[in-house]
Write a protein that binds this ligand. Sequence first.
Ligand SMILES: [Zn+2]
Length: 172
Amino acid sequence: MLADLPQPESSTFTNAGTNSLKTTTTVTARESNPPFILDEEGKIMPTIENFYNYCAIGKLMGVKCTSCGTLTCPPRGICQNCLGTGIEWVQLKGDGVLLTYTVIHFPPTQFLSLAPYAVGIVKLEEGPNLPAMIKNINFDHLKIGISLQIDFETAAPEEWPKWPRYFFKPRT
Ligand SMILES: [Zn+2]
């Protein structure tokens, strides 16, 4: 199921804006200036890479169709409702309820160190459903309908995936 999580094409997040003045200084994702991918007008494109760039600075972002108002998260370049291509980024609160979940005991090799872990679909307050890991919860307390809130983290060097991650935890 984790394979369904949206993933950027590249697992390498580099600080593209950093020039040669810096050598091998370690920059955490949260501190760095994310290398947003821009279109020819200088607007941040609705790509999964940019979605994770926003995660790196602690923001859950979706896109809103400028024609029909449909909200999509993670973002897509084409509205799933009207097929319109006009979009604007909107920040989402990151609050939602658990729609469904499962606990993974036998994960793909990259996730072995995390097992057992819970993944689920979170229905965001604003509407979209977002697949996510559910953390900071005793599995006995996992229940459809519980209130969750988003949080962000950067993978440790030995962990996979390397890009900034979001997850959900019980709402406080
Ligand atoms: Zn639309």
